[in-house]
Unconditional design. Structure first.
Length: 255
């Protein structure tokens, strides 16, 4: 592999990751509080995928997020896109040697992308992440790609203990009857609506207050072990959401 000089390449990628949000003040980086983005950026820096001159300023590496989450909220899958500095040590050696014979001099940026050991990159990032955050996958994206604008939908789920929700005039209903009534009420939000009352200081005249909810469903749920009692699983699929929109929608239904 003597034809491959040690060299780093700036490559734009999408990272797919999940996290337990209990210890964080949301996804988005904020001053003075722990956030998922801050932990992820630090891990990328410690793994030497972000240059020291760019560390601390996400704009310098073209950072964009697929969906923000609030304090204490978890994510099975979320996505960010950014530009990483990836060097030759992460390529599949045998493939790189063969490709380097065809390229002069050595590997090009395209060659590195074609022979990159993605799992090695993922492992290097996860090595520097806390146990409650994990990167699952990496994909190459185009120069103009922005995950926020490209995401077609976002999905949220809430688990509500029936022992807390099914009270007052509804206490006499069976669990199935109550969940059926809850589901019917939830579906009122389906479609395109102005949600200015479901965010902080929303303006009904602002076009961005109009959001589209594709699918809303409430169902009875019981954990297989470890968690006693029955729950309502609230599943919400929408194009995009305003700040605090989902928790205020669910909060109104509970009230």
């Amino acid at each position: 592999m003597d034809k491959l000089a040690s060299k780093s390449y700036k490559i734009k990628v999408a990272l797919f990751f999940g996290y337990n949000g209990k210890a964080y003040h949301g996804l988005q980086k904020a001053s003075g509080v722990p956030t998922v983005e801050a932990a992820l950026e630090k891990a990328l820096y410690d793994a030497q995928f972000i240059a020291e001159s760019n560390f601390g300023d996400l704009k310098k590496i073209g950072w964009a997020r697929g969906s923000r989450t609030d304090k204490g909220v978890h994510a099975c899958i979320n996505t960010i896109n950014c530009k990483l500095m990836i060097d030759d040590s992460y390529v599949n050696k045998e493939d790189a040697v063969e490709l380097a014979k065809e390229e002069t001099p050595g590997l090009t940026k395209k060659g590195v992308k074609e022979t990159l050991n993605r799992q090695a990159v993922i492992a290097a990032i996860n090595k520097h992440l806390p146990d409650d955050i994990k990167v699952f996958a990496l994909r190459f994206v185009t120069k103009g790609f922005n995950v926020k604008n490209s995401a077609r939908s976002r999905r949220y789920e809430y688990f509500l203990p029936l022992s807390i929700v099914k009270t007052g005039e509804y206490a006499s209903l069976s669990d199935e009857e109550f969940v059926e009534k809850f589901d019917k009420t939830l579906k009122i939000f389906t479609g395109s609506h102005n949600f200015h009352n479901y965010t902080k200081k929303g303006d009904y005249k602002d076009k961005s207050s109009v959001r589209v909810m594709f699918e809303l469903k409430a169902s009875l749920f019981t954990f297989s072990s470890g968690v006693p009692g029955s729950f309502i699983l609230v599943n919400l699929l929408g194009q995009s959401f305003m700040y605090n929109q989902i928790r205020k929608m669910v909060g109104m239904l509970i009230y």
